[in-house]
Design a protein around this ligand. Structure first.
Ligand SMILES: Cc1cc2nc3c(=O)[nH]c(=O)nc-3n(C[C@H](O)[C@H](O)[C@H](O)COP(=O)(O)O)c2cc1C
Length: 328
């Protein structure tokens, strides 16, 4: 019988399927269900820098209406921040009591700041690891790529100084040199890289002339982009790779493992098909491993990565003339 155990961030996972950070990982009842359905680990809903600050300003604004005391503002800000954080700390503590699979906390952050001290509290609450969802869209033409990229290194350095638990970065692909930045992050000591974060996509309602959002959930086809980069990077990094975006089936998981990922994260697949997609994926992986006589993940992990295949150019090819030639 196939053994799906894998190691990610130094943690022992019973299988490589991690439920990624989302609204479904925000309640203990769901976490229990996720464990019951067989997931290898879970990433909690992110606590957002902005979320905390938004909450603070809303509370302050509400208080401002009738009786405004400037001294009260500081008190309310501090109280609200602590309250929001306390909710998150409680979620970690309750999760650790309720389930035995690894619990990875998540912070969504954009720069070094006050929030880094939360990382210690997250560790003390019992989180097994911390995923940093770092992203600033590099839109300012006055700023150089290194000004944007240094942010990642500064945050990592600060957080690694504060905590002893493993730290992963969930990253974008908006880098002037993606490969070099990933390698440098790995040298800088990040324990895992989660490729890639998927962002809110802006859209325009042409009748109402308003901004809307589109494509909240991924499609299966989106995992090709991740597959390319997992395969290209997996033998060049000291850190583990976790593939995410567009992973909707057991086959999708197998491909990322073959490319060299240690684990995968799934979110949209669960929103679309429910928690039962987890055991379905596990069964698909087991069936495939049995059919290939693979006993463990290590038997095939990275077997189809850039450095291992005969025609690595397949991962480098980006011009489509050859593919589309003859398609009229
Ligand atoms: C409803 C929803 C909420 C999400 N919330 C978070 C979050 O709080 N933090 C985070 O890092 N990613 C968040 N994500 C992104 C997912 O973790 C994941 O990276 C993305 O959906 C791509 O994976 P998928 O193709 O399996 O959906 C969210 C995604 C969705 C659909």
């Amino acid at each position: 019988m196939a053994n799906l155990r894998t190691k990610y961030l130094g943690l022992n996972l019973k299988n490589p399927i991690i439920v990624g950070s989302c609204g479904l990982t925000n309640s203990v009842a769901n976490l229990i269900e996720i464990e019951k359905k067989g997931a290898g680990a879970v990433v909690l809903k992110s606590i957002f820098e902005e979320q905390i600050m938004h909450e603070v300003s809303r509370t302050v604004a509400a208080q401002n209406d009738a009786f405004y005391y400037p001294e009260a503002e500081d008190y309310i800000s501090e109280y609200t921040k602590q309250h929001k954080l306390q909710e998150y700390i409680d979620l970690i503590k309750e999760a650790k009591k309720a389930i035995s699979i690894p619990v990875i906390a998540s912070i969504n952050c954009t720069s070094v700041g006050e929030w880094t001290k939360f990382a210690k509290e997250i560790e003390q609450a019992g989180a097994d690891a911390l995923e940093l969802n770092i992203f600033v869209l590099p839109t300012d033409p006055e700023k150089t790529s290194s000004e944007y990229e240094n942010n990642y290194f500064n945050i990592l350095e600060d957080v690694k100084e504060i905590v002893n638990i493993p730290v992963a970065i969930k990253t974008s692909l908006y880098f002037s040199s993606l490969a070099k930045t990933m390698v440098k992050l790995s040298w800088a000591g990040v324990d895992g890289l989660v490729l890639f974060n998927r962002y809110y996509s802006p859209d325009i309602d042409i009748d109402k002339m308003t901004m809307t959002s589109t494509n909240v959930f991924s499609k299966h086809e989106e995992n090709a982009l991740v597959l390319r980069w997992v395969a290209l990077l997996s033998n060049k990094l000291k850190s583990d790779l976790c593939a995410t975006t567009g992973i909707h089936s057991g086959d999708d998981v197998i491909k990322q493992l073959l490319a060299g990922a240690s684990s995968v994260q799934i979110v949209s697949a669960i929103y679309k098909k429910g928690f039962d997609i987890i055991p379905e994926m596990i069964q698909e992986i087991e069936r495939w491993m049995d059919s290939k006589n693979y006993e463990s993940i290590d038997d095939f992990k990275g077997k189809m990565s850039f450095d291992k295949i005969e025609n690595p150019d397949a991962y480098m090819r980006i011009q489509f003339m050859k593919y589309f030639a003859g398609i009229e």
